[in-house]
Design a binder for this molecule. Structure first.
Ligand code: SAH
Length: 215
């Protein structure tokens, strides 16, 4: 089944964007990105009718496409500026990547699951979404060759804050990461100096776990 974009989906995206505004997404660029990125193309065509409900949905290999609010909220905490260098850990369906790409950022993104990596690579070519790099690898290592980053966004639940990722932040850069095992606390870490970090928290969320090594 081939599902393309159409007026019905565009209309639903507009309603979803308004719903997210009511829930606290105030950055107009992010609202605009939600209005424009066709989320229904990032999931199984059989689920397309549910694409614009504000909820997480299953994707391949027991993973999930994050809830639109969560994607928008993490992006808002990241507060990226035009052209900044951003590392995303946990590409998954590629939806969060697409929302960042719409904001004209230089994106480096890592996925550990090979099936998802393959499916999402093809989707990126089809939709003309061009991250600077899309890597099949373990996000716990980050991408030291391309560091430092203005921002790092982690989209899987991380039991602890990975030190290697902290070391790949620019001074003044920030990392948005859900921290915890069963449930996670959305955490924003700002690198304020070479060895100093500021930590802020933003409530509870539920993510699939960040696992070690590729598979
Ligand atoms: N941003 C994605 C979220 C997908 S769920 C979306 O909106 O679709 C989290 C993803 O993180 C999964 O695809 C999972 O395979 C991936 N992941 C888990 N541990 C990882 C690791 N160590 N490195 C890279 N990706 C990882």
């Amino acid at each position: 089944m081939i599902v393309e974009d159409n007026f019905k989906f565009q209309g639903r995206r507009k309603i979803l964007a308004e719903e997210l505004q009511k829930k606290g997404i105030v950055n107009p660029l992010i609202v605009d990105s939600i209005k424009n990125v066709p989320r229904h193309l990032f999931i199984d065509p059989g689920l397309a009718e549910q694409a614009y409900l504000d909820k997480a949905l299953p994707i391949e290999n027991n993973q999930t496409i994050s809830q639109p609010f969560t994607v928008a909220f993490q992006t808002q905490l990241l507060d990226p500026k035009l052209g900044e260098k951003i590392l995303e850990v946990g590409t998954g369906s590629g939806y969060q990547t697409a929302v960042l790409y719409y904001l004209k950022l230089n994106i480096f993104t890592i996925e550990r699951n090979h099936n998802l990596f393959r499916t999402t690579s093809k989707l990126f070519s089809k939709l003309n979404i061009r991250p600077k790099k899309f890597v099949y690898g373990d996000g716990y290592n980050g991408l030291s060759d391309n560091s430092p980053f203005d921002g790092i966004i982690v989209t899987a639940g991380c039991p602890v804050i990975p030190k290697k990722l902290l070391s790949q932040l620019k001074i003044g850069g920030k990392m948005i990461i859900p921290v915890g095992k069963e449930t996670q606390i959305m955490t924003k870490i700002t690198r304020v100096g070479k060895t100093e970090f500021k930590k802020e928290t933003f409530g509870n969320f539920k993510f699939v776990p960040m696992l070690e090594k590729k598979n």
